[in-house]
Design a protein around this ligand. Structure first.
Ligand code: NAD
Length: 258
């Protein structure tokens, strides 16, 4: 396939964790990838590592103007946009709700929810003009079920689930599919930091997962690629749990014991 006919994918939060695994997977599938991240230097290194035909973009997805520049920069460089992965995210400090401050709450919502909204809006304009595309949002089990001390993160992820369904219905006529994946616990820096700070009990979490282990970022990337690829041409508005069975488990005690 000639370079200018290869699909173009924009992945936010692509400098690390799940986003970096998604960028690699999409590139391996033959996409030209725009890797966007707040971590400017690291995302430049990542794009360089991936190869010359890919692009690094510095962007804070919580800032509307930065998101407009991010999507505009992708279109300017590649001339098209076929896939958007709204992956950029931050953890919740997991304070008791009674101790949560509004500024932290607002920042978490701005990164996850407003970032997903503005990036999707900008991308969908371009996709509608070129005949369609695919948008994939990173939700979480925290948006599907009740997790204590995740008041902002859980609300943001539940909002992303609602937005996924709404946008899927709104843009289906323009050939734009919108889906989400809801990871359980994934072995990334985000989770390692929570565990190191004693805010997450890794052993207890593993016992709660029927498969008895955390996901590897690459396992999320496979699901992301499926939902954005032509293999999922009739799939829109869906939220795919990729959680080792977390959402399926309704008993008490040790889920991995069977
Ligand atoms: P990570 O911390 O390993 O990587 C996140 C990346 O996003 C980093 O490179 C960071 O610089 C970037 N980022 C953070 N804020 C940004 C902003 N405002 N603008 C642009 N980039 C920004 O995290 P991860 O574990 O790979 O998580 C990726 C996504 O998956 C997030 O949306 C997260 O909520 C979701 N998720 C993760 C898990 C998990 O267990 N790791 C579980 C469920 C959902």
């Amino acid at each position: 396939m000639s370079a200018d006919r290869k699909p173009v994918a924009l992945v936010t939060g692509a400098a690390d964790g799940i986003g970096w695994a998604i960028a690699r997977r999409f590139a391996a599938a033959g996409c030209r990838v725009a890797l966007a991240d707040l971590a400017e230097e690291r995302v430049r290194e990542r794009a360089w590592e991936l190869g010359r035909e890919h692009l690094a973009l510095a962007a804070d997805v919580a800032e509307e103007a930065a998101v407009v520049r991010m999507v505009g920069g992708t279109l300017e460089h590649f001339g098209r946009l076929d896939m958007l992965v709204n992956n950029a995210g931050i953890g919740d400090p997991q304070r008791p709700t009674l101790e949560q401050d509004a500024a932290t709450f607002d920042r978490i919502l701005a990164v996850h929810l407003r970032g997903t909204f503005t990036a999707s809006r900008e991308a969908a304009r371009a996709m509608a003009e070129s005949g369609g595309g695919a948008i994939l949002n990173l939700a979480s089990i925290a948006g599907l079920t009740g997790l204590p001390r995740r008041n902002a993160y859980g609300a943001a992820k539940a909002g992303i689930v609602a937005m996924t369904r709404g946008m899927a219905c709104e843009w289906a006529g323009q050939g734009i599919r919108v889906n989400a994946i809801a990871p359980g616990y994934v072995r990334t820096a985000l989770v390692a930091k929570l565990e190191a700070e004693g805010r997450l009990d890794g052993a207890r979490i593993r016992r709660r997962i029927p498969m008895g282990r955390l996901a590897e970022p690459e396992e999320l990337a496979e699901a992301a690629w499926f939902l954005c690829s032509p293999a999922a041409s009739y799939v829109t508005g869906t939220v795919l749990s990729v959680d080792g069975g977390w959402m399926a488990f309704g008993d008490s005690g040790d889920a991995s014991a069977g």
